[in-house]
Write a protein that binds this ligand. Sequence first.
Ligand SMILES: Cc1cc2nc3c(=O)[nH]c(=O)nc-3n(C[C@H](O)[C@H](O)[C@H](O)COP(=O)(O)OP(=O)(O)OC[C@H]3O[C@@H](n4cnc5c(N)ncnc54)[C@H](O)[C@@H]3O)c2cc1C
Length: 379
Amino acid sequence: MAAVSKTLVIGGGIGGLTAACALGQQGINVELIESKPDLSVYGVGIIQPNNTLRALDRIGLARRCVELGAAYPGWRMHDAAGAFLFDAAATDAAAPGLPPINGITRPLLHKVLTDGARDAGAAIRLGTRVAELDDRGSHVHVRFDDGREGDYDLVIGCDGVYSDTRRRLFGDAVRPRYTGQCVWRYNLPRPASVEWGELYFGPDSKVGLVPLSPTLMYMFVVTREPENCRYPPAELAGMMRDRLAAYGGGIAELATLITDPAAVVLRPLENLLLPAPWHKGRTLIIGDAAHATTPHLAQGAAMAIEDAVLLADLLGRGGPLPPLLDEFMARRFDRARYVVESSAQILAWEMEEWAGIHNPDARPGQLLHEATLALMEPY
Ligand SMILES: Cc1cc2nc3c(=O)[nH]c(=O)nc-3n(C[C@H](O)[C@H](O)[C@H](O)COP(=O)(O)OP(=O)(O)OC[C@H]3O[C@@H](n4cnc5c(N)ncnc54)[C@H](O)[C@@H]3O)c2cc1C
């Protein structure tokens, strides 16, 4: 018998939906609440390295992601003019039967995870938030903002980087930190020549092309920007094109296709690491709520998915809850910290280079390679 029988998952993002699916598959009753009125997500894509696919395979969802996405062998590097530099093949060491990397649109990933959660029996309630959490020792009594109430053996906060659950448990001391970089993203038709992920290194920015299907890809542009990059929405397409002015070849051609300001997805890069433990009593937080990373290793969602799948495995084992939560922390904290800190280090080296500072110790490519290999190890 599982260690808990009734759980509440707060947040219907990647981590929450994965948790709902994985817990349901362990025979645990799951209720998931999402504050938005629907389970929508913005339309660009996400990179799934091989360890993400390993975790999704554990709950039977990896192959569906690969079918709906675009697998590719690694990254092809270029200078800003478009000249080829070298290929960096990715690894499939975590899950040898699955691709080294898969690109998928965020809406399709959400659909795969939502279907998985519903198939596993999770009840999903939209437009709902927690009004009050009261840990009574033997259970958590929850009052919702729609007046309903319920009792749960475990509450799992998966409510993202601005987590309300984290604030309720641990206060405001740990908050997201803006890093000075923003990412501009835009979906584009995928030319036949884009068979790998493509990276282009400019003087003060970098550009990536990520396959999402046989005919679709997205472009990302990572730039230095003032705090929180809040710009007039109507100007975003022009501003994204301006940031590609230093690039030649195929990127300059693709820039001309960036015309719809509403289709530009601009996000500030923030990070956060909550010290261990991420639980208090019968409430635990996972995913970005506990450890938000910048995307320099493409591992944020991977860590949320791994958290959720491991948690369900441990709870499914049965026994008293406290040692299972201790084991969860022992197996997750250092790994999540490694991702947040390695990503922040790569970002810091980029910021130095873009500011014209020569740092002889900077080795972003080597760290990216080492970290990718390290994350394929079991945890
Ligand atoms: C620019 C960028 C690019 C990225 N690229 C990648 C990538 O290629 N690969 C990768 O692995 N990761 C990537 N990530 C990271 C990834 O998007 C996140 O790590 C992942 O979405 C975290 O999932 P989560 O479920 O923890 O949080 P979220 O996805 O933020 O989901 C939180 C959910 O909780 C809901 N919610 C919030 N508050 C409440 C509340 N009070 N009550 C109920 N519901 C609530 C929200 O509406 C949302 O649905 C990227 C991130 C950024 C910013």
